[in-house]
Design a protein around this ligand. Structure first.
Ligand code: AHR
Length: 635
């Protein structure tokens, strides 16, 4: 079959924003710890707990190690000797002094999955917080080996002195590569030495940043040239308790609260990640903002709305807590944009970034199933943010589905309140994506803009990528409505993925982009300025010209209608309006009107301007045989 594509350079399509295509980053599938966050030591602060995952203990990834006959006891302890109120558990090594001189006792860390990945010639920055009760100090030996004990680097010798917590550092250089690396820290002599935050980072992180990011994963993300970075989730944003970390009796499974994730890493509490593992917050809000800046993407943080989603479906009814979260959101804007002499701007500067990050967009909530409860709280966030930061675009939500009662109700609330932008999420079959290319053709041009914050067709096959590419042409054709779009999720560890498909896959040693990644890269690297309208010979079907009173003879004078749908003869959806609660706007002209195409929109000329029908970007004159269906509600 021959197909003809006709391009209309003489017609003007919608402008496409530079930030239209971005990435959705969530710490799911070990995207942060064991993934993008370059830390090689797993459970570095002994905070793993059954509450994060039933298989965990405080010694997860650690084993006791004796060298040259050294003996002792290794225990994890949470007592008054702790490193800090937010970093409570530490390792206590009780050394019995046996075999002084070369002997040692301590622990070995096995990293994530099969081990620490070390590369020949590369340098690794070690650090540990330690204190000792031995007056003469305690000699620590830090070594890197393979799983069978073959040494990979000249060991570091560090002497810990004094019974107050102090940070010690050093560098290991790998003399061979290994995928099953181990990090061993042993102590000689007698007495008690306490260790916490045992850390090993590759020197070669993305852009060489300290506490930085795994280079290959960051580079693959950067190569997309994303217009924005949505973070930190996803379900982990708005699930769990909305109380902040508070010692003692602190709660795991808290919603993601940005203030817990900034400042020195040893002062950040851990959390139980919604996806079933421990979350260190070593990769926190400062690092996300820095990463967004480094890859030239607009930072787009998401804060909890105090209505849980993702199957939890609970609205928090605590006005003081809501006020605190709203204040946290205002403080977040100050953290990102405030001057260095503002309270939160000063914290940003202290972390190394005196210049503002230039935050412009912020989202409240994620996939709430309770639209009314969500919207009531969103409105309070909105009023507060608009009052203090009118320049910030606040993004609202529409629930977890592409359609249905929750979706419709959420959209109705957002539309009626004149919200700037609404987030939509859907994961569907490739067929759905092919069949719904025209989804946004019918969206109300006067209503809120769309942030398509999460979408994917349900696999990583070539056909999925192709269906997504086809669908993206529909997004782009509607760039006046769809302002931002991100495939989801971004990253997945092949060893333990909670969600498929994903855009970039990795293991400890390497990473690769899916076919879907290539599609995203193609679109993101070739964002145009403006849509050039086009028509294809396959553009739907074709009998009667749309002039005159097309198919509207069914309208009855004086009647009210609901659920109006206009479709082409082949069933392609052109226009839909639920006209909630019945509406008499259509009664006056009894369906008379002339259908024409103006500036890429279908228009039914009628005295009643609200009857404007908007569909596909410019398809030019088409011979549509229209079908109109409506529910008569009165008259
Ligand atoms: O992208 C994975 C998950 O899908 C997100 O956490 C959530 O928002 C959605 O349900």
């Amino acid at each position: 079959t021959d197909y003809t594509l006709t391009v209309h350079p003489d017609r003007t399509g919608p402008a496409i924003s530079d930030s239209m295509y971005g990435v959705f980053y969530e710490d799911i599938n070990h995207a942060a710890d064991g993934g993008l966050y370059a830390e090689l030591v797993q459970n570095r602060s002994f905070e793993y707990d059954r509450a994060d995952n039933p298989a965990y203990s405080p010694m997860t990834a650690w084993t006791e190690t004796a060298v040259a006959g050294g003996t002792g006891r290794a225990e994890t302890v949470d007592d008054g000797g702790r490193l800090g109120e937010r970093n409570r558990r530490y390792l206590r090594l009780s050394l019995d002094g046996a075999g002084e001189g070369g002997a040692g006792f301590g622990v070995t860390n096995s990293g994530y999955n099969q081990g620490l990945t070390l590369r020949k010639g590369a340098r690794y920055d070690f650090s540990v917080w330690a204190r000792t009760d031995r007056d003469t100090g305690t000699a620590l030996t830090v070594g890197a080996t393979t799983a069978d004990g073959t040494s990979l680097a000249t060991p570091l010798r560090i002497t810990a002195r004094g019974d107050r917590w102090k940070k010690y550092t050093g560098t290991l250089t790998a003399r061979a590569s290994a995928a099953d690396g181990r990090l061993t820290v042993t102590a000689g002599g007698s007495g008690t030495v306490r260790l916490d935050m045992v850390s090993l980072f590759p020197r070669d992180t993305y852009k060489g940043r300290a506490n930085g990011l795994r280079k290959d994963l960051a580079e693959k993300t950067a190569a997309l040239r994303p217009g924005f970075l949505r973070f930190p989730g996803g379900c982990l944003v708005n699930t769990g308790s909305h109380q902040a970390y508070e010692a003692p009796g602190w709660e795991r499974k808290r919603s993601y609260q940005w203030k817990e994730t900034i400042g020195p890493v040893e002062q950040r509490p851990v959390n139980a990640n919604f996806w079933g593992y421990n979350q260190t917050y070593g990769l926190g809000y400062y690092e996300y903002f820095q990463f967004a800046e480094d890859i030239g993407a607009m930072a787009l943080p998401v804060v909890p709305a105090l209505v849980t989603g993702c199957g939890q479906n609970k609205a928090t009814d605590d006005p003081a807590l809501l006020r605190r979260h709203i204040q946290d959101t205002l403080d977040l804007i100050e953290f990102a944009n405030g001057p260095v002499d503002s309270t939160w701007g000063a914290k940003r500067a202290a972390m190394g970034h005196p210049a503002p990050f230039g935050l412009t967009h912020l989202e409240v909530g994620n996939e709430e199933n309770l639209p009314d409860e969500f919207f009531a709280r969103f409105t309070e966030f909105r009023e507060a943010v608009e009052a203090e930061h009118p320049g910030i675009t606040l993004i609202s939500n529409s629930g977890p589905d592409d359609s249905g009662a929750t979706f419709d109700r959420a959209w109705q609330l957002n539309r009626e309140a004149g919200v700037a932008m609404v987030d939509e999420h859907y994961y569907n079959s490739p067929q759905w994506f092919l069949e719904n290319n025209g989804r946004y053709d019918a969206y109300d041009r006067q209503g809120p803009k769309v942030f398509l914050g999460e979408y994917a067709s349900l696999d990583n096959r070539f056909s999925n990528a192709l269906a997504e590419a086809a669908y993206m042409t529909g997004l782009e054709r509607n760039a006046d409505i769809v302002r931002l779009a991100s495939y989801a999720p971004l990253l997945a560890d092949t060893n333990d993925a909670q969600w498929r498909p994903d855009m970039i896959w990795f293991d400890n040693e390497t990473s690769w982009g899916s076919a879907n990644y290539e599609v995203q890269k193609l679109f993101m690297n070739n964002v145009g300025d403006r849509v050039v309208p086009s028509t294809a010979s396959t553009t739907p079907a074709t009998t009667a010209p749309i002039t005159g009173a097309v198919g509207l003879s069914t309208w009855a004078t004086g009647a009210a209608y609901d659920d109006v749908e206009v479709t082409a003869a082949d069933g392609t959806a052109l226009f839909r309006d639920d006209f909630s609660g019945g509406d008499t706007r259509w009664t006056k002209a009894a369906g008379r009107g002339t259908w024409a195409v103006e500036d890429g929109a279908y228009v039914q000329s009628d005295e009643n301007a609200e009857n404007t029908l908007v569909t596909a970007g410019d398809t030019g004159w088409q011979n549509y045989d229209l079908r109109v269906r409506a529910t008569k509600t009165s008259g």
